[in-house]
Design a protein around this ligand. Structure first.
Ligand SMILES: [Zn+2]
Ligand SMILES: [Zn+2]
Ligand SMILES: [Zn+2]
Ligand SMILES: [Zn+2]
Length: 253
Protein backbone atom coordinates (compact mmCIF):
# COMPACT_ATOMS: atom_id res chain seq x y z
CA UNK A 1 0.00 0.00 0.00
CA UNK A 2 1.14 3.45 -0.98
CA UNK A 3 1.56 6.13 1.66
CA UNK A 4 1.33 9.91 1.91
CA UNK A 5 4.81 11.21 1.25
CA UNK A 6 4.45 14.93 1.89
CA UNK A 7 4.10 16.55 5.29
CA UNK A 8 0.52 17.69 5.85
CA UNK A 9 -0.30 20.25 8.56
CA UNK A 10 -2.82 19.22 11.23
CA UNK A 11 -5.16 21.91 9.88
CA UNK A 12 -4.92 20.46 6.39
CA UNK A 13 -5.61 16.94 7.72
CA UNK A 14 -8.74 18.23 9.50
CA UNK A 15 -9.84 20.09 6.36
CA UNK A 16 -9.60 16.94 4.27
CA UNK A 17 -11.52 14.95 6.89
CA UNK A 18 -14.42 17.36 6.46
CA UNK A 19 -14.16 17.68 2.69
CA UNK A 20 -16.15 15.32 0.48
CA UNK A 21 -14.48 16.15 -2.80
CA UNK A 22 -10.78 16.00 -2.09
CA UNK A 23 -8.60 13.76 0.02
CA UNK A 24 -5.10 13.85 1.46
CA UNK A 25 -4.06 11.84 -1.58
CA UNK A 26 -5.00 14.77 -3.80
CA UNK A 27 -2.89 17.06 -1.63
CA UNK A 28 -0.02 14.58 -1.74
CA UNK A 29 -0.12 14.35 -5.51
CA UNK A 30 -0.58 18.10 -5.91
CA UNK A 31 2.37 18.91 -3.61
CA UNK A 32 4.67 16.45 -5.32
CA UNK A 33 3.70 17.86 -8.72
CA UNK A 34 4.80 21.28 -7.43
CA UNK A 35 8.04 19.86 -6.07
CA UNK A 36 6.93 20.53 -2.47
CA UNK A 37 7.69 18.41 0.59
CA UNK A 38 4.69 19.66 2.57
CA UNK A 39 1.10 20.86 2.20
CA UNK A 40 -1.04 23.36 4.12
CA UNK A 41 -3.55 26.07 3.32
CA UNK A 42 -3.03 29.80 3.56
CA UNK A 43 -5.92 30.69 5.89
CA UNK A 44 -7.90 33.85 6.55
CA UNK A 45 -8.94 35.29 9.90
CA UNK A 46 -11.80 32.75 10.12
CA UNK A 47 -9.31 29.87 9.91
CA UNK A 48 -10.69 28.81 6.52
CA UNK A 49 -8.43 28.53 3.45
CA UNK A 50 -8.23 31.73 1.42
CA UNK A 51 -10.56 31.46 -1.56
CA UNK A 52 -9.19 32.09 -5.03
CA UNK A 53 -12.40 33.06 -6.85
CA UNK A 54 -12.99 32.38 -10.53
CA UNK A 55 -14.70 34.75 -12.93
CA UNK A 56 -18.21 33.78 -11.88
CA UNK A 57 -19.60 35.85 -9.00
CA UNK A 58 -21.28 34.00 -6.13
CA UNK A 59 -23.06 36.12 -3.53
CA UNK A 60 -22.16 39.73 -3.04
CA UNK A 61 -19.97 41.39 -5.61
CA UNK A 62 -18.08 43.19 -2.81
CA UNK A 63 -17.11 39.93 -1.07
CA UNK A 64 -16.15 38.38 -4.43
CA UNK A 65 -13.88 41.36 -5.15
CA UNK A 66 -12.43 41.20 -1.65
CA UNK A 67 -11.66 37.47 -2.05
CA UNK A 68 -10.05 38.09 -5.43
CA UNK A 69 -7.99 41.00 -4.11
CA UNK A 70 -6.84 39.18 -0.96
CA UNK A 71 -6.01 36.00 -2.90
CA UNK A 72 -3.82 37.93 -5.30
CA UNK A 73 -2.16 39.94 -2.54
CA UNK A 74 -1.51 36.76 -0.53
CA UNK A 75 -0.05 35.02 -3.58
CA UNK A 76 2.24 38.01 -4.11
CA UNK A 77 3.40 37.99 -0.47
CA UNK A 78 4.00 34.23 -0.67
CA UNK A 79 5.83 34.57 -3.99
CA UNK A 80 8.18 37.18 -2.56
CA UNK A 81 8.88 35.24 0.64
CA UNK A 82 9.21 31.80 -0.92
CA UNK A 83 9.05 31.69 -4.73
CA UNK A 84 7.12 28.70 -6.13
CA UNK A 85 5.92 27.60 -2.70
CA UNK A 86 2.27 28.71 -2.96
CA UNK A 87 -0.33 27.76 -5.55
CA UNK A 88 -4.06 27.42 -6.07
CA UNK A 89 -5.45 24.05 -5.05
CA UNK A 90 -9.02 23.64 -6.37
CA UNK A 91 -10.13 27.21 -5.64
CA UNK A 92 -8.17 27.80 -2.42
CA UNK A 93 -4.61 28.89 -1.74
CA UNK A 94 -2.16 26.17 -0.63
CA UNK A 95 1.56 26.29 0.14
CA UNK A 96 4.53 24.08 0.99
CA UNK A 97 4.20 23.44 4.72
CA UNK A 98 7.74 22.10 4.86
CA UNK A 99 9.18 25.44 3.73
CA UNK A 100 9.96 27.70 6.68
CA UNK A 101 9.90 30.99 4.77
CA UNK A 102 6.53 30.07 3.27
CA UNK A 103 5.17 29.12 6.68
CA UNK A 104 6.29 32.45 8.16
CA UNK A 105 4.69 34.34 5.29
CA UNK A 106 1.33 32.63 5.91
CA UNK A 107 1.56 33.62 9.57
CA UNK A 108 2.08 37.24 8.55
CA UNK A 109 -0.92 37.04 6.19
CA UNK A 110 -3.10 35.52 8.91
CA UNK A 111 -2.06 38.16 11.47
CA UNK A 112 -2.66 40.95 8.98
CA UNK A 113 -6.16 39.67 8.11
CA UNK A 114 -7.02 39.22 11.78
CA UNK A 115 -6.36 42.94 12.29
CA UNK A 116 -7.89 44.28 9.07
CA UNK A 117 -9.85 42.38 6.37
CA UNK A 118 -8.07 43.83 3.32
CA UNK A 119 -4.46 42.92 2.47
CA UNK A 120 -4.04 45.55 -0.25
CA UNK A 121 -6.40 48.53 0.10
CA UNK A 122 -5.32 50.18 -3.12
CA UNK A 123 -5.92 47.01 -5.15
CA UNK A 124 -9.32 46.36 -3.55
CA UNK A 125 -10.43 49.98 -4.09
CA UNK A 126 -9.41 49.76 -7.73
CA UNK A 127 -11.35 46.51 -8.25
CA UNK A 128 -14.43 48.07 -6.65
CA UNK A 129 -14.09 51.19 -8.76
CA UNK A 130 -13.67 49.21 -12.00
CA UNK A 131 -16.69 47.04 -11.22
CA UNK A 132 -18.76 50.13 -10.41
CA UNK A 133 -17.70 51.80 -13.66
CA UNK A 134 -18.79 48.71 -15.66
CA UNK A 135 -22.16 48.70 -13.90
CA UNK A 136 -22.61 52.44 -14.47
CA UNK A 137 -21.93 52.18 -18.20
CA UNK A 138 -23.54 48.77 -18.86
CA UNK A 139 -26.64 49.00 -16.65
CA UNK A 140 -27.19 52.67 -15.80
CA UNK A 141 -26.58 54.27 -19.23
CA UNK A 142 -23.90 56.53 -17.78
CA UNK A 143 -21.61 57.83 -20.56
CA UNK A 144 -18.21 56.11 -20.41
CA UNK A 145 -16.30 59.42 -20.32
CA UNK A 146 -17.83 60.40 -16.97
CA UNK A 147 -18.30 56.93 -15.39
CA UNK A 148 -15.05 57.30 -13.41
CA UNK A 149 -16.17 60.67 -12.05
CA UNK A 150 -19.56 59.24 -11.12
CA UNK A 151 -17.94 56.32 -9.26
CA UNK A 152 -15.67 58.76 -7.38
CA UNK A 153 -18.65 61.00 -6.59
CA UNK A 154 -20.65 58.02 -5.28
CA UNK A 155 -17.79 57.20 -2.88
CA UNK A 156 -17.50 60.83 -1.80
CA UNK A 157 -21.26 60.86 -1.29
CA UNK A 158 -20.90 57.94 1.14
CA UNK A 159 -22.72 55.51 -1.15
CA UNK A 160 -21.33 51.95 -1.31
CA UNK A 161 -19.83 51.02 -4.67
CA UNK A 162 -21.38 47.54 -4.36
CA UNK A 163 -24.78 47.39 -6.07
CA UNK A 164 -25.63 44.36 -3.92
CA UNK A 165 -25.22 46.50 -0.80
CA UNK A 166 -26.95 49.68 -1.91
CA UNK A 167 -29.27 51.14 -4.50
CA UNK A 168 -27.49 54.13 -5.96
CA UNK A 169 -29.09 57.53 -5.81
CA UNK A 170 -27.64 58.57 -9.17
CA UNK A 171 -29.89 61.56 -9.88
CA UNK A 172 -28.18 63.75 -7.29
CA UNK A 173 -24.69 62.73 -8.43
CA UNK A 174 -25.44 63.14 -12.13
CA UNK A 175 -27.11 66.50 -11.53
CA UNK A 176 -23.95 67.73 -9.81
CA UNK A 177 -21.92 66.59 -12.85
CA UNK A 178 -24.28 68.44 -15.17
CA UNK A 179 -26.50 65.59 -16.38
CA UNK A 180 -30.25 65.03 -16.22
CA UNK A 181 -32.26 61.88 -16.87
CA UNK A 182 -34.08 61.78 -20.21
CA UNK A 183 -37.82 62.32 -19.67
CA UNK A 184 -38.53 59.39 -22.00
CA UNK A 185 -35.89 56.70 -21.45
CA UNK A 186 -33.48 56.03 -18.54
CA UNK A 187 -30.50 57.58 -20.32
CA UNK A 188 -28.59 60.71 -19.25
CA UNK A 189 -28.26 63.98 -21.14
CA UNK A 190 -25.69 66.70 -20.49
CA UNK A 191 -27.92 69.64 -19.60
CA UNK A 192 -29.23 71.68 -16.72
CA UNK A 193 -32.71 71.90 -18.28
CA UNK A 194 -35.67 70.08 -16.74
CA UNK A 195 -37.14 67.09 -18.58
CA UNK A 196 -34.62 66.86 -21.43
CA UNK A 197 -35.20 64.39 -24.27
CA UNK A 198 -32.77 62.56 -26.54
CA UNK A 199 -33.49 63.60 -30.13
CA UNK A 200 -34.75 60.08 -30.89
CA UNK A 201 -36.84 60.07 -27.73
CA UNK A 202 -38.37 63.45 -28.68
CA UNK A 203 -39.18 62.03 -32.13
CA UNK A 204 -41.37 59.40 -30.47
CA UNK A 205 -43.81 62.20 -29.63
CA UNK A 206 -44.29 63.22 -33.22
CA UNK A 207 -47.77 62.98 -34.73
CA UNK A 208 -47.79 60.50 -37.64
CA UNK A 209 -48.75 62.99 -40.38
CA UNK A 210 -46.82 66.10 -39.35
CA UNK A 211 -43.16 66.97 -39.28
CA UNK A 212 -43.24 69.91 -36.88
CA UNK A 213 -41.47 67.96 -34.13
CA UNK A 214 -38.93 66.61 -36.61
CA UNK A 215 -38.19 70.17 -37.75
CA UNK A 216 -37.72 71.25 -34.15
CA UNK A 217 -35.33 68.36 -33.49
CA UNK A 218 -33.47 69.02 -36.72
CA UNK A 219 -32.91 72.65 -35.74
CA UNK A 220 -31.81 71.68 -32.25
CA UNK A 221 -29.46 69.03 -33.62
CA UNK A 222 -27.84 71.56 -35.95
CA UNK A 223 -27.49 74.16 -33.20
CA UNK A 224 -26.38 71.50 -30.70
CA UNK A 225 -29.17 72.52 -28.37
CA UNK A 226 -30.88 70.06 -26.01
CA UNK A 227 -34.55 69.35 -26.72
CA UNK A 228 -36.84 69.34 -23.71
CA UNK A 229 -40.29 67.95 -23.13
CA UNK A 230 -41.51 71.58 -22.82
CA UNK A 231 -40.13 72.34 -26.33
CA UNK A 232 -42.00 69.39 -27.81
CA UNK A 233 -45.22 70.28 -25.99
CA UNK A 234 -45.00 73.89 -27.15
CA UNK A 235 -44.34 72.86 -30.74
CA UNK A 236 -47.34 70.50 -30.79
CA UNK A 237 -49.56 73.18 -29.27
CA UNK A 238 -48.28 75.80 -31.70
CA UNK A 239 -48.91 73.58 -34.72
CA UNK A 240 -52.38 73.97 -36.17
CA UNK A 241 -52.51 70.39 -37.42
CA UNK A 242 -51.06 68.71 -34.34
CA UNK A 243 -53.07 70.87 -31.96
CA UNK A 244 -56.28 69.61 -33.54
CA UNK A 245 -54.99 66.02 -33.55
CA UNK A 246 -53.81 65.99 -29.98
CA UNK A 247 -56.53 67.82 -28.09
CA UNK A 248 -59.75 66.12 -29.23
CA UNK A 249 -58.55 62.79 -27.93
CA UNK A 250 -57.50 64.26 -24.61
CA UNK A 251 -53.86 63.33 -25.07
CA UNK A 252 -51.57 64.92 -22.56
CA UNK A 253 -49.20 66.50 -25.07
ZN1 LIG B 1 -21.89 44.26 -1.23
ZN1 LIG C 1 -34.05 59.18 -24.03
ZN1 LIG D 1 -30.35 68.64 -41.22
ZN1 LIG E 1 -47.39 69.39 -36.16
Amino acid sequence: MDEIKVQLSDDAVRWFEQNYRYTEWDADEFARDQGWSGFDFVVGSDGEPLVVPGEYVFGHLCSHLLDASNAEAAATIMGEAAPGKASEFHGVLAYDYADEAAREATERIGASLAGYPVLNDEDFDQREREAAISTLTDCCDVPAEIAGDVAAALSDDGQSLCTDCSIWDLGRIMDRLGYRECAECDGWIKTSHDEPLHYDCAKAHEEPDCECVSRLIDTHRHNEVVTTWADVRETLRGCEYCYSQVLPYGKTA
